[in-house]
Every structure is written in C-alpha cells, then in structure tokens.
Design a protein around this ligand. Structure first.
Ligand SMILES: [Zn+2]
Length: 335
C-alpha cells in the first residue's frame, strides 16, 4: 500500500491514506473542540531521568534550524499547549552556524540559540535539546547516531505526537530538513521496539512508539491532510517570527527595508517609526500571507497545514484480530 501521496499544491484534490480523494481539508480539531491526544492508550508515566514529567499528552517538535518552527507551526504548538494541555519539548538538530548577520561563527550560533530559547518560552515549550550538528551538513552525519539520539529522547519524553519535516521531502532543497525528517520517522518507530538499544532499558527507560506524526508543509507540493485554525494565535506567530533576528526572511527584514528606504530619502508610513514596528509590519504583511490564503478557504483568518499520520492501520489490524478471537474462541474441553 502506498502510504505517501503527493498532491499538486495548486490543486484542491487531495487523497487520504487509502488513496481516496478528499473534497477539502478537514479542520483539526473540529470547531469548538480542544486538541486531544491521538494515542490515549499509551503509558505516560514518568520514567528514569530528572525531567519533571507529568501525565499529560506530550508533543516533541524536531526542527533543523532556529526558525523552522516559527515559520511552519508556531500557532499550532501554542494552541496545543494552551488549549490541548500538551507538554511540549523542542529538539534542534543543527547549530545554525551558517545563518546569521555576523562574520563570527560563534556569535551566529549564540544569537540563534538565544532566539530559539525566546521562541520556546513564548510558545510554552518546557525544554529545548540542542543536538549541535553542523548547519547545512546534516547529510554527512551518521544517520544511525542521529537516530539513536532521537530514540533515546523519544523513550525519555514519551511523546504522543512528533512534529517535524515530511521525511518524503518532495521539492526540499535543504539537506538538514530531509535528514531530520527521515531520522525522526525511523526513530519514532524504532523507539517502540524492545531489542534496540538495550542499554536504554537497563537505565530505566521503556520502549515507546510515537504514533502521531504532524509533518510540516515546508515546500509547495508537499502533501497535507489537516488544517489547523490558528486565527487566535496570530500575534503569537508574529512575535515568534519577529524573534528570529539572526536568520530567516522574517525577523529583521522590516528594519533593513526601512533603513534601505531611508538611505534613498524615502519611507513607507506603514512600516512605522521604529525597527520593531517595521519588523512586525513586514511579518504580518508577507510572512502570514500563505496562512491567510489557506485559511480563507476554510473561513479562518490564519491556518497552518500538516500531513497528519498515525498508526490507525495497526489499530485496525489489532481490533480485527481481537474481534475474530472473541467471535470464534470456544472453551476447550479436557479429554
Ligand atoms: Zn530550516
């Protein structure tokens, strides 16, 4: 069975996991209903380690670069934390050393790290784990090592849902993005097996498969089957995008445009009278436009798209076996 279905971003025709056409993208969750964990049956009891774990639904976001989450899912994470009661954690695979305004590698890494922490705090994320691999060269890293680190984190944090890049990565040019997505997809499955990395089990961790996957639509043409209404989190998204001054096309672009115009003896009144105002005006006008266009099709001021997958196939299989057993099992009479 084909799991991944690719759709033309300009087309309204989507397909579900069975290949059936979908007439539109369902809002998720349904209007008026809070987010609920898709994997209620898993044990959320705290395990080994010093993390202050609670028995609530858990989300782990795995990004490659400081600004990925702000661009692709900030409103949804804020909503899951505030409305859905999720504990959220952030894992970042690279150190952002290629993306910053300074000539210093060290200062670039530091600026991005601090901005990531600021955004994590803004969104209500409980803790960030920086894996520290070199920016733009994640495809030179041992895939097995990256996967092993993620397996450990998934067993430690025991998430119900992981949010990251689509591992199938059509139209993706950044190797950090596709390597991150592929490592997460393998690790979230392998974390649930009891023969891999037995030292984790000896240390008190238990196998834990991450059943829910929310894949970002990072490039035009990547598949989606859920639309999250983030209309109530517009300002949170603006603040998250504006916080990333060191990199990306959002944070400091407004103030740089304002300075360029000033050097030409011109200005745009809407950019305001200071750098902060210019940055936020730019973000609202240009960075929120894709979410506004998508949302307009579903009566939302702003939407974030995802490809959501779970292990419904496995659940259906188990249910089918259980139903067959109940229907056919008869008492064994001793001879
Ligand atoms: Zn990125």
């Amino acid at each position: 069975m084909t799991i991944w279905q690719y759709t033309d971003a300009e087309s309204d025709v989507r397909v579900d996991r069975a290949g059936a056409p979908m007439s539109g993208l369902p809002e998720w969750p349904a209007p008026g209903r809070p987010f609920t964990a898709p994997t209620e049956r898993q044990d959320r009891a705290p395990r080994a380690g010093r993390l202050d774990r609670r028995e609530v639904p858990t989300l782990v976001v795995v990004q490659a670069h400081a600004d990925d989450l702000a661009f692709l899912g900030a409103g949804t994470v804020a909503r899951m934390v505030r409305e859905g009661g999720y504990d959220a954690y952030l894992v970042q695979t690279t150190n952002d050393d290629k993306c910053g305004p300074t000539a210093s590698v060290g200062e670039t890494v530091l600026a991005n790290e601090r901005e990531t922490e600021a955004v994590a705090s803004l969104l209500g994320i409980r803790r960030t784990f920086n894996l520290g691999y070199v920016n733009h060269f994640l495809d030179t890293v041992s895939v097995a090592e990256l996967r092993a680190r993620l397996v450990f984190l998934f067993r430690l944090l025991r998430p119900d849902v992981v949010m990251t890049f689509n591992p199938a990565h059509p139209a993706e040019q950044n190797p950090d993005h596709w390597v991150t997505g592929q490592a997460v997809e393998a690790a979230r499955w392998m974390a649930g097996l009891d023969k891999d990395y037995p030292e984790h089990l000896a240390a008190g961790l238990a196998p834990h498969v991450v059943r829910g996957r929310m894949y970002w639509v990072a490039r035009a043409g990547q598949a989606m089957n859920r639309v999250v209404d983030v209309s109530d989190y517009l300002e949170t998204k603006v603040e998250a995008l504006a916080a990333h001054q060191a990199q990306g096309t959002a944070g400091s672009t407004g103030r740089r445009l304002r300075a360029t115009l000033a050097a030409q003896g011109r200005h745009i009144p809407a950019l305001g009278h200071d750098d902060e105002s210019a940055d936020r005006t730019y973000v609202r006008r240009f960075m929120l436009a894709p979410g506004a266009d998508l949302g307009a099709r579903y009566g939302m001021a702003c939407a974030e798209p995802f490809l959501y997958l779970d292990d419904a196939d496995a659940d259906a299989h188990e249910a089918s076996v259980a139903a067959w057993v109940e229907a056919n099992a008869v008492p064994t009479v001793a001879p």
